[in-house]
Ligand binder design. Structure first.
Ligand code: CP3
Length: 372
C-alpha cells in the first residue's frame, strides 16, 4: 500500500509557486466559508447539489442544442450556468458547473455523457492493457476549466463561495470498468477483489487525474472543493478502507487541495461515514437516510452537510416546511453533540423535474429560521 500513499512528485512540484495572491482567490468570508471553517456565520449556509441544470428553464435556454461535453469546455457558458442558481435562489455557494467525467474526457478517454443515461465509456477498462493505456492528465488540457473558474470568480459576489469538485476514484473507476452507470458494480468489485494490484494501479492513476483536475480549479480560484464518491455506499467497510480510502486520502492530502475546505460526499454511506471523514475531509456529506444527530457520533468534530430528501421537494408546503425544520432541529442537536457546524443541503442532487420555486423557498426558510 506504500506506493499508493506516496504522493507523485509531478503533482506536487507546482505547489511552490502557489500562494493566495497567485491563485487569485478572494478573501475567504461569507456564510459558507465561515461555517465550514468552524467560525459560524450570519445564518446556516445553503446550497444544493445539482442546483445548476435541468430544474432551471434558464439552463435549458443557455444550453440550447450544445452537448454536455461542449458546455463543460465552453468557459462563458460554464460561467453563466454556474451563476444561474445563485441569482435565482440566493444560495450561499455556487458549485462549478462541470461533471465528474470531464477530467477523463480532457485526458483523451473516449467518453460521452448520454442524456437520461449518464456517462458512457467506449472501451471499458478491465485488464492490464486497459490500465496501462490509461492516459495522464496534464494541466494544459484544462485551460478551459481554469478560464471558466476565473470568469466566475470575477463575477461572483465575494460573500458567495465557489465550490469546485471532482469524482472520487471509486466512483470514476465504476464508470470506467462497467462502461456506464451500474446498479451492482459487478465488474468493478470483481476486478477489485480478484486483481488488487491491478486495481490499485488503476485507482492510483485515477487519483492522480482527479488531483490534477482539483488543483486546476484551486489554482484558478475556487474557495472550497467537494469530492463526490457517489457510489461508495455499495462497498463493504473493509473493502472501502483497504482498497478505496487510501486513494481518496491521497487526493485530500495534496498540498494545494488541502489549502481549501474539503467536503466528502457519497450516497448510502451511513456505515462508511467514519472512514470517509478519516480520509481527510473537513465537511462530511450525509444522505437523507441517517439523521444528522445520529451521523455526528460517526464523524466527531466535523462539519455536517445535508440532508433533506430530494423527493421532499415534491411534497405540499406544510409537509416540506416541517421536514426542513426537522433537519435543522437535528443539526442543532448534532452541534450540541459535537458537530463543528452545519451546511444545509439535500441528501443527494436536485431531481430534474423539481419546481425551482421550491428551492428558492427552502433557501429563504433556512436563512430565516437560522438567522443569528
Ligand atoms: O449543479 C451542480 O451540482 C454542478 C454540476 C454537476 C453535474 N454533474 C452536472 C450534470 C455535478 C456536481 C455533477 C457530478 C456528477 N456527475 C456526479 C456526482 C454527483 C451525484 O449526483 O452523485 C455523478 C455520479 C455524475 C455522472 C452523471 N453525469 C450523471 C449520473 C448524469 C445524469 C444523466 C442524465 O441525463 O440523467 C450526468 C450528466 C449531467 N451532469 C447533467 C448535469 C446538469 C445532465 C446533462 C444535461 O443537462 O444535458
Amino acid at each position: 500500500m506504500d506506493g499508493v500513499l506516496n504522493s507523485d512528485v509531478s503533482l506536487t512540484s507546482r505547489s511552490g509557486e502557489t500562494s493566495a495572491a497567485s491563485t487569485g482567490r478572494r478573501p475567504g468570508t461569507g456564510p459558507y466559508l465561515d461555517e465550514v471553517t468552524g467560525r459560524g456565520g450570519a445564518h446556516t449556509p445553503v446550497w444544493f447539489m445539482r442546483q445548476a441544470g435541468r430544474s432551471l428553464p434558464e439552463y435549458k435556454d443557455v444550453r440550447g442544442s450544445s452537448t454536455m461535453l461542449e458546455a463543460c469546455f465552453d468557459p462563458a457558458m460554464t460561467c453563466e450556468i454556474t451563476l444561474q442558481p445563485v441569482r435565482r435562489h440566493g444560495v450561499d455557494a455556487a458549485i462549478f458547473f462541470s461533471d465528474i467525467v470531464i477530467p477523463l474526457a480532457a485526458a483523451g478517454i473516449d467518453i460521452d455523457i448520454v442524456p437520461g443515461v449518464g456517462p458512457v465509456v467506449a472501451q471499458p477498462i478491465r485488464d492490464e492493457a486497459g490500465v496501462a493505456a490509461f492516459p495522464e492528465l496534464t494541466p494544459d488540457r484544462l485551460v478551459a476549466i481554469e478560464e471558466a473558474v476565473r470568469l466566475i470568480v470575477a463575477e461572483l459576489d465575494p460573500a458567495v463561495a465557489l465550490i469546485g469538485f471532482a469524482g472520487a476514484p471509486f466512483t470514476l473507476a465504476s464508470y470506467l470498468i462497467e462502461g456506464g452507470p451500474s446498479k451492482n458494480h459487478e465488474h468493478t468489485k470483481s476486478l477489485m477483489r480478484s486483481r488488487p494490484e491491478l486495481w490499485n494501479e488503476l485507482m492510483s492513476k485515477i487519483a492522480d487525474l482527479t488531483t490534477v483536475f482539483l488543483r486546476a480549479q484551486v489554482t484558478a480560484g475556487v474557495d472550497a472543493i467537494q469530492l463526490f464518491d457517489s457510489w461508495a455506499g455499495a462497498l463493504t467497510q473493509r473493502d472501502y478502507r483497504e482498497l478505496v480510502m487510501p486513494h481518496s486520502s491521497r487526493i485530500f492530502a495534496d498540498e494545494l487541495v488541502s489549502s481549501v475546505p474539503r467536503t466528502h460526499f457519497g450516497v448510502g454511506t451511513g456505515e462508511l461515514l467514519g472512514a470517509m471523514s478519516e480520509a481527510g475531509a473537513d465537511v462530511v456529506g450525509v444522505d437523507w437516510r441517517l439523521p444528522l444527530d445520529d451521523a455526528v457520533s460517526r464523524v466527531p468534530g466535523k462539519v455536517l452537510q445535508g440532508n433533506l430528501d430530494p423527493a421532499t421537494l415534491f411534497a405540499d408546503r406544510s409537509a416540506l416546511d416541517a421536514d426542513v425544520r426537522r433537519v435543522l432541529d437535528e443539526a442543532r442537536r448534532a452541534r450540541d453533540l459535537g458537530a463543528r457546524g452545519h451546511v444545509f443541503n439535500l441528501g443527494h442532487g436536485v431531481l430534474p423535474s423539481t419546481d425551482p420555486a421550491v428551492l428558492t423557498h427552502v433557501t429563504e426558510l433556512v436563512h430565516e429560521l437560522t438567522a443569528r
